[in-house]
Ligand binder design. Structure first.
Ligand SMILES: NC(=O)C1=CN([C@@H]2O[C@H](COP(=O)(O)OP(=O)(O)OC[C@H]3O[C@@H](n4cnc5c(N)ncnc54)[C@H](OP(=O)(O)O)[C@@H]3O)[C@@H](O)[C@H]2O)C=CC1
Ligand SMILES: CC(=O)N[C@@H](CCC(=O)OP(=O)(O)O)C(=O)O
Length: 327
């Protein structure tokens, strides 16, 4: 057994040293959010790389020899480059948690949405490679998967997902374009039907038909809403809003980070929701707005794109992968 291997933290056990973690891309939007969260965790030590060496592969490899887990907060190509480096390290390789889109539907990686199914947290705990979900898929999959699994929505239903994100979702360059006033106040995008989140959204929602996904970005920093309209009279069995809400409540009962809100129907008054209420948290709220009169429903997820949509989820996955208790 190599020296580096003996320094890796055990994944189970009571008394032990803090686990060592390296955040590759630690000065980007997602990386900074993870570092802020890790400052509050005494059972994790963050190992850093000199700024002028942060893109130097030999320096990265030397640092990765010392850590139990590396979190990649990089563009896809750079993430693939670091993963190739990890793959060359043999027994001294750290576990990898990747925040990019590169491995989200790769069969040999675990998908880092612990609430996906009752056994997903266990898969993440046991995996050496975990991909952190995209922000929009986190909302869409959380809403759709339990309803499809319960047989309330057929897997070939023509699903449309609409969403709005704060501008931090686009990383450093989009943040700069909103903050220097060159970006429009609001914009629809994804109108080429090829948004990078579609494959994971379809796969983990258990949908056989590719959804239509229309995201948008507004002139505020962070927070998002993901919504899925449903014409319930076209769905076999004609489920009502209460059936949908009950399936979600059953799936997420006891969950620390996913809250299923009471059914919102004609009697509830309101019919409005804004995207920023969960900012700086790792929470995800799920709503069913429904009309029995018109047999229509809209499923809505609210989350912080930098929280449960990125850095918060990464820290939740990191703790599972290191065998540490929930925050
Ligand atoms: N922002 C968000 O809400 C979310 C982002 N993500 C994903 O997380 C990843 C990072 O995104 P985000 O934080 O927004 O992006 P940013 O553009 O804010 O940050 C990316 C960081 O990576 C650095 N970087 C680029 N290439 C390398 C390299 N070869 N080695 C080391 N560092 C490098 C950049 O440094 P420099 O600028 O100097 O090149 C920059 O600091 C992306 O894959 C993104 O898709 C995931 C979920 C949500
Ligand atoms: C507003 C905005 O541009 N958002 C980004 C998604 C951010 C995110 O979560 O995407 P990844 O995790 O896949 O990087 C986009 O639509 O490409």
């Amino acid at each position: 057994m190599s020296l580096a291997e003996t320094t890796k933290a055990p994944t189970t056990g009571a008394a032990r040293k803090p686990a060592n973690v390296f955040v590759d891309g630690g000065s980007g939007t997602t990386g900074l959010g993870i570092n802020e969260r890790l400052k509050l965790q005494s059972d994790v030590t963050v190992k850093t790389i000199a700024d002028d060496k942060r893109k130097d592969l030999a320096a990265k490899k030397a640092l990765m020899e010392e850590v139990d887990l590396v979190i990649l907060c990089l563009p896809d190509d750079a993430a693939k480059e670091t993963v190739a480096l990890v793959d060359s390290m043999g027994a001294s390789a750290p576990k990898v948690l990747d925040a990019s889109t590169a491995y989200r539907v790769a069969p040999d990686w675990a998908y880092g949405f612990p609430e996906l199914t009752p056994d997903q947290a266990g898969k993440i705990r046991a995996a050496n490679k975990v991909s952190n979900p995209g922000c929009y898929p986190t909302g869409a999959i959380a809403l759709l998967r339990p309803i499809v699994d319960a047989g309330l929505l057929p897997s070939d239903y023509p699903v449309t997902v609409n969403a709005v994100s704060g501008y931090s979702g686009g990383g450093k360059s989009m943040i700069a374009s909103f903050e220097d006033g060159s970006a429009p106040s609001f914009e629809l995008y994804g109108l080429g039907f090829e948004h990078k989140h579609l494959p994971e959204m379809q796969l983990y929602s258990n949908l056989t038909r590719r959804p239509i996904f229309i995201p948008s970005v507004g002139n505020y920093r962070q927070g998002m809403l993901v919504s899925v309209p449903l014409q319930l009279d076209t769905v076999p069995g004609k489920p009502g809003g209460a059936d949908l809400q009950a399936a979600l409540a059953k799936r997420y009962a006891g969950s620390k980070y996913v809250s299923v809100m009471p059914l919102q129907n004609e009697a509830s008054k309101g019919g409005r929701i804004e995207p920023e209420a969960l900012n700086e948290t790792n929470m995800l709220e799920l709503y069913v707005f429904a009309s029995d009169k018109y047999h229509q429903a809209v499923l809505v997820a609210r989350l912080d794109n930098l929280g449960k949509g990125a850095s918060g989820a990464a820290v939740q996955n990191m703790r599972l992968m290191l065998g540490l208790p929930e925050e």
